[in-house]
Design a protein around this ligand. Structure first.
Ligand SMILES: [Ca+2]
Length: 551
């Protein structure tokens, strides 16, 4: 197998030869076009150089194997089984590709994967994470459209498979190992198919995919050259934070945060915080500067219904902002920063749902029906079968008490929660990590990601060490992996490639806000601890009117 280093060198040579040949061909064409015909001999030499360059052993995109089960299985690494292979014709931005389904062996389980091997391969490998409780395989088209050999995994169970979380091997595969074994298998299959190892391997995922990203960095630092972790899920702490919020929300009918209450809250937090970042632009760029007290919305006897928040509603809001501390004072589940609580993808989607909870037979309030808030739908399952070290079908998260119950969750927290800040092995081998998180994510707290970033900086030896391999970007006004009023479209993968492949250390990344297909605002995202600052002149909707400044 070609080593990446020697391959890289060869591929540079190839690029030089192709470049020279193309330049030479260009000359030929221009001459032809200006009625000064080149001699046939010159043209033939140039064309044969190109042909030699694109069919040589180090060529990108020249398929080495037929797209057939037997041929691909013959090149498969130990433990990988190919179950289905199909040629998929080009469609839209998606190139023609060989689609490979199979599974890889882990200890006590098999892990499904899918791998797409495109015509016109760009020489790189991209693995895509999956959301929620996994059990499905990501849509590979975003990677395919850019020419990557693109793979994903369900992490070792199917979404339809009840009882998977009562199987420790499957829990471990969901936690971290499934991503690793599927990565090793699919990267080797790509190398076998194309006849050469991918020059670079990347991971990209958001939410649970962001959790997969951090697990890879922490546990398998050799798997990827570059990793993007968006809105990384935190496993047990995230569940604990939600449980305590719902304990308060469901304690009385009055406590429910209606859509109107959330819009009221959103207006009030924006009014209090918009200017604190130096520019009144409808966005809270740095909610850490915000001193917003929601009790300004407290109902008074004279208040009109719907114009204020009840005591119960305020208690819920303060719980969401405040997070969960242990008796020792340690912050266990970070609260959420104020700002941009309203809108369809805001707190309504994650925290309060669209329909008020109703009383069950036992008199207690519960959400029912199809419109469960995203943070609530999996509460029962998570606590009974995933968070607890020993399954307990009778466990009631409504009674959860952090100091009493967390000792019952130690092993599973280790399995599910990507909390280790010591990323030195990844740093030392030259890996690069981009983390991003919308400040207004109502599903997973950006403050938790901030705390993790700071812990990493400390663990690897300080800011200058961290700067060699890590950038974290907080996105103002962005909800969970998208949505919200902020600039929420950006291309982290190109930035990561520039860093890994060309040594271009990332700075500001321009993000766009697109409404009905039109870009209405661009804004730089700044690597933490820098923050985007308005220069004082120019349109507030143009990224060029901002600089990234130290706070
Ligand atoms: Ca502002």
């Amino acid at each position: 197998m070609t080593t990446p280093r020697s391959f890289e060198r060869r591929s540079r040579d190839t690029a030089r030869i192709v470049g020279a040949a193309v330049r030479s061909l260009g000359t030929v064409v221009r001459r032809a076009g200006t009625s000064a015909p080149a001699t046939p001999a010159v043209a033939i030499v140039a064309i044969s150089l190109v042909a030699a360059a694109v069919t040589g052993p180090a060529t990108l995109g020249a398929r080495a194997l037929p797209c057939e089960v037997a041929a691909i299985q013959a090149e498969a690494p130990t433990g990988a089984t190919i179950t289905k292979v199909a040629v998929v014709e080009a469609s839209g931005a998606r190139p023609r590709h060989c689609l490979v389904d199979g599974h890889a062996v882990s200890s006590g389980n098999t892990v499904n994967f899918r791998l797409a091997l495109p015509d016109g391969w760009n020489g790189r490998f991209l693995f895509l994470g999956v959301g929620g409780l996994a059990g499905t395989i990501a849509n590979l088209e975003p990677g395919l459209a850019r020419g990557y050999a693109t793979a994903s995994t369900d992490t070792g169970h199917r979404a339809s498979e009840s009882g998977w979380a009562s199987n420790r091997a499957k829990e471990i595969d969901y936690g971290y190992r499934g991503t690793h074994v599927a990565t090793v298998a699919t990267r080797a299959l790509a190398a076998g198919y194309f006849g050469t190892a991918p020059r670079y391997a990347y991971f990209n995922g958001c939410s649970n995919g962001g959790r997969q990203a951090l697990m890879e960095v922490q546990r398998y630092p050799e798997d990827f050259d570059g990793i993007i972790g968006g809105h990384p899920a935190t496993g047990t702490p995230m569940q604990v934070g939600r449980a305590v919020v719902y304990q308060k929300m469901l304690a009385a009918p009055d406590n429910y945060l209606t859509a109107d209450a959330l819009e009221l809250l959103s207006k009030a937090s924006l009014a209090a915080c918009d200017k604190t970042d130096g520019l009144e632009d409808g966005l809270i760029t740095d909610p850490r500067l915000c001193r917003f007290d929601p009790t300004v919305l407290a109902c008074t006897p004279a208040a009109q219904p719907g114009s204020c928040l009840t005591r119960g509603q305020l208690a819920v809001v303060q719980q969401v902002y405040g997070g969960v501390r242990l008796k020792s004072g340690e912050m266990y589940a970070h609260g959420f920063p104020p700002g941009h609580e309203g809108g369809a993808s805001g707190w309504r989607q994650w925290i309060s749902g669209t329909d008020a909870p109703v009383a069950r037979d036992d008199g207690r309030l519960a959400y029912t029906g199809a419109s469960l808030p995203a943070g609530y739908g999996l509460m029962d399952f998570n606590f009974k079968f995933l968070s607890l070290d020993e399954d307990d079908p009778d466990y009631d998260w409504r009674q959860f008490d952090a100091d009493r119950d967390l000792p019952r969750m130690r092993t599973m927290t280790e399995i599910l929660s990507p909390t280790s800040p010591d990323l030195r092995p990844f740093m030392t081998r030259g890996g690069k990590l981009l983390i991003y998180h919308g400040w207004s994510d109502p599903g997973i707290s950006a403050l938790g990601t901030l705390a993790y970033h700071e812990a990493v900086v400390k663990a690897v030896g300080g800011q200058s060490a961290a700067d060699t391999f890590l950038r974290t970007y907080f996105v103002p006004g962005m909800h969970h992996c998208g949505g919200g009023p902020g600039p929420n479209q950006f291309d982290m993968l190109s930035v990561l490639e520039g860093w890994v492949e060309r040594g271009q250390a990332p700075g500001a990344i321009v993000a766009s806000r697109v409404v009905d297909g039109k870009t209405v605002r661009t804004r730089p995202l700044c690597p933490h601890p820098q923050v985007a600052r308005y220069r004082g002149t120019g349109s507030m909707d143009e990224a060029s009117s901002f600089t990234c400044d130290a706070r």
